[in-house]
Design a protein around this ligand. Structure first.
Ligand code: PHE
Ligand code: ZN
Length: 857
């Protein structure tokens, strides 16, 4: 096989050059219409430095209608999505008029239609689909914007900044003007037009400034915006208190849209959200949805400083804003509820997504060296590993010095397009060793830390030997790895001395502990202080001991999970079930803490996901892994039957509260139900159906439906039917209905998915719907990886069809095939063939081309 087309040239970090021309001021006038919108732009351009290079503006899918320089016609060249204009003077006023077609814009980049709305998405390189412009984040401009549209179809007209004049125009049209007083890169531009209603509120900032807050959505959904609004106000107060950051405009607008490529977007003063992350009530949203909404509202709000006031010099610095902002939203969420449970959830996500990415063909450093399509780099590595790097700095510096460093970062870089070095320099000002820390940004792969503890009973000392390696970057310099470590006495169960923060910054290090008078058990990487894989060769006894005695909540979780994982790997690898009594005993002991902290217990006893088990095995055998996990589930189900039933009944609540305790009770009840359902037990099936039918919350309804979805019982079809009857008109709720079927372990899942694809309310053009059905199925390890390759064929066909509509969506579907090296020769061959078939298809987007060719390497 060969490439159908010449590969696209990569963009490289080392080629960065400052912009030739700056654009201190921009005026935009939009004549909005869904079919054909006219955009009139006036750019004040200024030569940057001494050179004679022309002005080069990016433009994609634009029809150029008019061009003038300083008021007169001017020579220009339009080729390869670039408009080139030679300018004699050092400053000029460049005017262009272009036509664009929002209704035909299925990529959802630039200006597009969603339902009856018109809205924009510009990050990373979408502004070039709106007007000719130097579409790069280091060109900062003051924007003034005028929107004109039909008053009946688009009564609300929003853009960045503060509102200005509004008024009527002939022919039933009207206009609204917006002025943004803060310079920004064009990726933060936004405009929205539509028939929207708002939930409105106010916030008074720490210096006494009044800010009007609005969450805009269809009138019928305003009642579902309260949770997002509460989260917004909490975020604004939190960023003042914890980071000293104050909001800087008179209004803050959020708009919910149904068609959106990602979760949400931090456009200056006008955040645009996937409606999934705004709308919530007990009827339609799970506890997970409520928590995600609060976290994402906070995330986008926090970008106002980490991203907008201080922006990125180029897209290689993406983690400068994303890693830092994820860390900030994680801190915020930890402060809102249980910090230990939040940490567990974040680490679960990191291991599931980022560790897998770092181990596969799409591994890249947190600051990549090159990319073909930047949209492909909004990854778990940039976001979540980036956040872990910030967290390590926070831990090493401590709260006060980290805050001082953050203050000086914001002060020194306000209004600038900054780099990772700028961030590190601020941290270095408080004592961080920035040069060695910078290695974290350029080294791909998950570091492995081998830990061995030996005890000298006579000398009453213990010696810990730590060795780091990185299989994906064997020649890389050692990383600075902070490992929170403690020892516990096996006889007394007590901690021996204080927790120590060991900084492993060499290939190997040896640490001695004094006054160790009884055999010690090692608790290491407590709180997950570093994003590494620890290999400590701990016995089942040690793990059970830690699950019971570690005084770090994360440590107890970790020990229990490792115990479960070891049992699963042993049995999936054909090693049988010897030793599972220890697992049962440890689970039983953990369940005794259910009253005190049900959320923690739920996380701790939940069996590791099949994909995670696969990640830790030499070769993934989907059937053996599923069988092993089901068998352990049946074992725990049978051995602890009374406990699970007691939890199931005792945790039933009829009211709807969003307190951490109430959410924890629902979560643990769901886990108990899952255990009871092992083996398709009749009594449990009936209980699940009753729970489904009586559910007072979407959390309970989905927990029951999820359990039933794997079953052969007749109640399954009935529950699915009832759910559709109840929620058929609600897209966000129906996405759950699609997903629960695509995740099913039933043998007919692929056939069901293909049938669901034919439904009238299924559309591959809607990213949420596509994700709930197709991506959920592609992450169903058991059924997607059916040995006959049927899953791979399905994904290939879908991906190719979607690529013609929305390349960003299509590219995301390629990643599951990239795991081919992890499977047996039969599956690996089929997966490779699927990738090659995609690569050989003419007209492929560069998004998919890059993903597929990287996956084949
Ligand atoms: N910058 C957004 C965020 O993380 C993500 C995003 C990227 C949204 C690209 C849309 C397009 O908050
Ligand atoms: Zn972000």
């Amino acid at each position: 096989m060969h490439n159908a087309e010449a590969p696209h040239a990569p963009t490289r970090l080392i080629d960065y050059r400052p912009p030739d021309w700056l654009v201190p001021q921009v005026k935009l006038r939009f004549e909005l219409e869904a079919q054909r919108t006219l955009v009139h732009a006036t750019l004040h351009v200024v030569r940057n430095g001494a050179h004679d290079r022309p002005l080069r503006l990016d433009g994609q899918a634009l029809e150029l209608l008019h061009l003038a320089v300083d008021g007169a016609a001017h020579d220009h060249r339009l080729a390869d999505e670039k408009l080139t204009i030679a300018l004699g003077a050092d400053a000029a006023v460049v005017e262009t008029s272009v036509a664009i077609a929002p209704a035909a814009n299925t990529r959802l980049m630039g200006l597009y239609a969603s339902g009856g709305l018109l809205c924009t998405q510009c990050e990373a390189e979408g502004f070039r689909r709106i007007t000719f412009f130097p579409d790069r984040p280091d060109v900062l401009s003051l924007y003034s914007v005028r929107l004109e549209a039909d008053a009946a179809a688009y009564p609300v007209l929003l853009a960045n900044g503060n509102p200005g004049a509004t008024g009527a125009l002939p022919d039933g049209r009207h206009f609204a003007e917006w002025d943004d007083p803060i310079p920004k890169p064009c990726y933060l531009f936004a405009a929205v037009a539509g028939d929207l209603s708002a939930l409105s509120d106010r916030f008074t900032t720490m210096s006494g400034r009044e800010v009007a807050l609005n969450i805009w959505t269809a009138a019928a959904d305003v009642a579902r915006c309260g949770h997002a609004m509460a989260a917004l106000k909490a975020s604004m107060a939190w960023d003042e208190r914890v980071y000293g950051r104050e909001y800087d405009l008179d209004v803050f607008n959020i708009v919910a849209v149904a068609d959106f490529n990602f979760g949400a977007m931090e456009n200056k003063g006008l955040n645009i959200f996937n409606s999934k992350y705004v709308l919530a009530d007990a009827e339609t949203a799970t506890d997970w949805d409520f928590d995600s909404i609060a976290g994402i509202v906070a995330h986008e709000y926090f970008h106002n400083w980490s991203g907008n006031r201080v922006t990125c010099r180029d897209w290689f610095q993406l983690s400068l804003k994303e890693g830092f902002t994820v860390f900030r939203d994680q801190q915020f969420s930890a402060d809102q509820g249980s910090a230990a449970v939040k940490r567990i959830e974040d680490v679960r996500g990191l291991r599931g997504m980022q560790f897998a990415e770092d181990a596969g063909p799409l591994a890249h450093p947190v600051r990549p060296d090159s990319y073909v399509e930047i949209s492909n780099f909004y990854t778990a590595t940039i976001y979540n590993k980036g956040a872990e790097i910030i967290r390590m700095m926070h831990r090493l510096l401590g709260e006060a010095r980290f805050r001082a460093a953050s203050d000086s970062y914001f002060a020194a870089n306000d209004g600038r397009a900054a780099t990772v070095e700028d961030f590190l320099a601020a941290m270095a000002g408080q004592g961080l060793d920035a040069d060695t820390f910078a290695r974290w940004y350029r080294t791909r792969g998950t570091p492995v830390v081998a830990a061995a503890l030996s005890h000298d009973a006579e000398a009453a000392t213990a010696t810990l030997t730590l060795r780091q390696s990185n299989p994906r970057a064997p020649d890389a310099a050692p990383l600075p790895i902070p490992l929170a470590t403690a020892l516990f006495g096996r006889q007394t169960g007590a901690r021996l001395g204080e927790e120590r923060l060991i900084l492993l910054d060499q290939a190997e290090t040896r640490v001695t502990f004094e006054a160790v008078r009884e055999p010690p058990v090692l608790s290491i990487n407590r709180g997950f202080s570093a994003p590494v894989l620890v290999q400590a060769a701990q016995s089942a006894d040690d793990l059970a001991f830690l699950a019971a005695h570690d005084d770090d909540g994360f440590g107890r979780y970790e020990a229990m999970q490792q115990l479960l994982l070891n049992a699963l790997i042993q049995s999936a690898g054909g090693g049988g079930t010897a030793g599972q009594e220890a697992v049962i005993a440890a689970v039983r002991a953990t369940l005794r803490q259910a009253d005190a902290d049900p959320a923690f217990v739920a996380e701790t006893v939940l069996l590791p996901a099949e994909a995670l088990i696969g990640d830790r095995m030499g070769e993934v055998d989907p059937e053996a892994i599923h069988a092993a996990r089901e068998a352990l589930r049946r074992t725990l189900s049978g051995a602890l039957r009374e406990e699970w039933w007691a939890l199931f009944h005792g945790l039933a609540d009829t009211d709807f509260a969003l307190t951490p305790l109430a959410k924890g009770r629902r979560r643990l009840r769901g886990v108990a139900l899952g255990m009871l359902m092992a083996g398709d037990d009749h009594e449990a099936t009936a209980a699940a159906f009753l729970m489904f039918a009586d559910a007072a919350t979407m959390t309970d309804r989905m927990a029951a439906l999820g359990a039933l979805a794997n079953s052969r019982a007749v109640e399954r079809e009935e529950a699915l039917r009832l759910f559709e009857a109840r929620h058929g008109a609600d897209a966000n709720a129906m996405d759950k209905w699609y997903a629960v079927q695509a995740a099913s372990s039933r043998p007919d899942t692929l056939a069901a998915v293909r049938r669901l694809q034919q439904r009238a309310d299924y559309s591959p053009a809607n990213p949420n719907r596509l994700r709930s059905l197709v991506l959920t199925f592609a992450n169903n390890q058991l059924r997607f990886h059916a040995a006959d390759g049927g899953g791979y064929d399905f994904l290939t066909e879908t991906l190719l069809a979607v690529d013609a509509i929305n390349p960003q969506s299509a590219a995301r579907l390629a990643a599951p095939l990239g795991r081919w090296k992890r499977f047996d020769a039969g599956r690996a061959g089929l997966m490779r063939r699927a990738l090659e078939r995609i690569r050989a298809t003419p007209g492929l987007s560069k998004d998919v081309q890059e993903m597929v060719s990287n996956s084949l390497e």
